[in-house]
Design a protein around this ligand. Structure first.
Ligand SMILES: CC(C)(COP(=O)(O)OP(=O)(O)OC[C@H]1O[C@@H](n2cnc3c(N)ncnc32)[C@H](O)[C@@H]1OP(=O)(O)O)[C@@H](O)C(=O)NCCC(=O)NCCS
Length: 171
C-alpha cells in the first residue's frame, strides 16, 4: 500500500482503507456506475471488503479514494499505474452517481497524472472507455489525451463485451 495524499481544489486523493467499504458499496452496487467498468455490479459488502483488502496489498497500481474536502465524504475512487507491456501509464476512475457532471473526474484524473509526472517522471499516458461512455472520453481529452483507435472492452467475468475507444497522450 502507498501513503500518497494529493490535494486538489475540492478533493483529497488518499489511500483506500477497509473501513471505506460502506461508502464504496454505495457506488459499486449501482448499475449506472458499474455499467462501463470492468467489475460486475457488487451485491454485498463482503465483496467490497475483499476488493479493498486486495487493493491494500497491490503494489502494481496506485489506488486512491476521492474524498470531498467540503464534508469528508468519499465520493469515488480511481487508480494510476505503469503498464510495462504498453510502456505507458494507465488510469481510471468512478464516482457515485449523484456526483457526476461536476468536474470531479477531470479534477481527480489531472491530479493523478500530475503526481505521476512530477514524482515518477511519467510522460506517456493511455486510457480507454466503452464506446458509449462519452463522459469518460471527455475526461480523457480534458487531461490532454487524444483518441487513437478502437479496441475491445470485456468485463472481468466475460459477461459483457463491446467496442472500446483508446486514448493516448504524451503530457
Ligand atoms: C465517467 C465519469 C467518471 C465522469 O465523471 P464526472 O465527474 O461526471 O466527469 P466531469 O464532470 O469531469 O466531466 C467531464 C466532461 O464530460 C462531460 N460530461 C459529463 N457527463 C456527461 C454525459 N453523460 N454525456 C456527455 N458529456 C458528459 C462534462 O460536461 C465535462 O465536459 P465539460 O467540462 O466540457 O462540460 C462518471 O460519469 C462515472 O463515474 N461513470 C461511471 C464509472 C465509469 O464509467 N468510469 C469510467 C470508466 S472508463
Amino acid at each position: 500500500m502507498h501513503d500518497i495524499q494529493i490535494k486538489t481544489e475540492r478533493l483529497l486523493l488518499r489511500p483506500l482503507k477497509i473501513t471505506d467499504a460502506e461508502d464504496v458499496f454505495e457506488w459499486v452496487s449501482d448499475e449506472r456506475v458499474s455499467r462501463y467498468m470492468v467489475y460486475t455490479t457488487y451485491t454485498n459488502i463482503e465483496q467490497v471488503r475483499k476488493w479493498l483488502a486486495f487493493v491494500e496489498n497491490d503494489a502494481s497500481t496506485y489506488n486512491f479514494g476521492f474524498e470531498r474536502m467540503l464534508d469528508g465524504k468519499l465520493i469515488g475512487s480511481g487508480d494510476i499505474g505503469f503498464n510495462p507491456s504498453k510502456g505507458s501509464w494507465g488510469f481510471g476512475y468512478n464516482f457515485r452517481y449523484d456526483c457526476w457532471g461536476m468536474g470531479y473526474a477531470t479534477e481527480a484524473a489531472k491530479a493523478m497524472i500530475n503526481y505521476a509526472r512530477t514524482n515518477f517522471g511519467a510522460r506517456k499516458f493511455a486510457s480507454s472507455h466503452c464506446e458509449p461512455n462519452i463522459a469518460s472520453g471527455n475526461v480523457m481529452r480534458k487531461c490532454g489525451l487524444h483518441f487513437v483507435g478502437y479496441g475491445k472492452f470485456e468485463k472481468l467475468d466475460g459477461s459483457v463485451k463491446m467496442r472500446s475507444m483508446e486514448y493516448e497522450g504524451e503530457i
